[in-house]
Design a protein around this ligand. Sequence first.
Ligand SMILES: Cc1cc2nc3c(=O)[nH]c(=O)nc-3n(C[C@H](O)[C@H](O)[C@H](O)COP(=O)(O)O)c2cc1C
Ligand code: SF4
Ligand code: SF4
Length: 270
Amino acid sequence: MNIALFYFSATGITETISNHIATILKREGNSVKLINIITPDSRRFQYDFLEFDACIFGFPVFGGRPPKVAEDWMRTLDGRGQKCSMFFTYGARDLEWAHQVTYYLLTQANFQVVLSAEFIGKHAFNVAKGWSLAENRPNQLDFDIATDFTLQSIKRIQKDSEFGVDLSEFTYKPKKTIESRGSWANFYPSRVNDDCSMCYLCEKECPVKAFDAISGETNRKLCVQCMHCVTICPDKVIHTGEVSQLFKKFIDNFGLTEDVVEQKRSKIIF
Ligand SMILES: Cc1cc2nc3c(=O)[nH]c(=O)nc-3n(C[C@H](O)[C@H](O)[C@H](O)COP(=O)(O)O)c2cc1C
Ligand code: SF4
Ligand code: SF4
């Protein structure tokens, strides 16, 4: 089969899982087109999904759902009745609405969603000083689940029958909010010194065109705090503020002790 794997990845976790899935797909005799949709330009291209036998979509969870730009992108697609599976990476807190929102958007876009999965990944905010959640994920166990997810996806795509995904376990839970705008503001990145080679990557690859390479500042009205510019800057001169107090409140509020995080498992949703 010829499979297209579309993913959004800001700090590389969804990309790592996507690459693993692609390796398994190829090992099983399929060809794979990997397409990263992080830049605005990459999301403008109109795909004819009949060119592929099926698709896989992978997104990180931002605030309990896919990144808004990924949701907006899904609204532009016409899957032409093709089968797809979907997966998420999340930083060990919670996925909340991610499965349902994406299932709904892909179904509205005329795809048949046959399988879903969720994988724990290092929290994107770990790039900030004082934040450390699921630092060593995905681990071998997570990759094993990703292998199984790939094999199950192939099976469901190849069979003529229709498959559903049982999302009934994901009921809406009102969030306990701990944040005040002030403390989360420390996650807006900026360039902290002049050792910058002016490669413009931060500006070119920002998913929402929020980073200005010349001033080294982000437009706070646009920035979604995805941490992509911090991750990709070759000179490592883009940083966020110190967040250790906020991190302490966050893990207390959600009960995210090291043991709890360690016990969290990636899983397939059939
Ligand atoms: C803005 C933002 C919001 C996030 N919200 C959540 C969340 O609601 N629940 C969670 O468990 N992880 C959350 N995370 C962590 C990411 O889901 C996780 O690190 C993901 O694997 C990052 O994938 P990527 O590197 O491919 O972008 C968030 C990260 C960012 C940057
Ligand atoms: S990515 Fe880093 S090195 Fe490149 S222009 Fe931006 S701040 Fe400078
Ligand atoms: S400026 Fe904001 S939205 Fe743009 S890459 Fe950086 S963190 Fe992400």
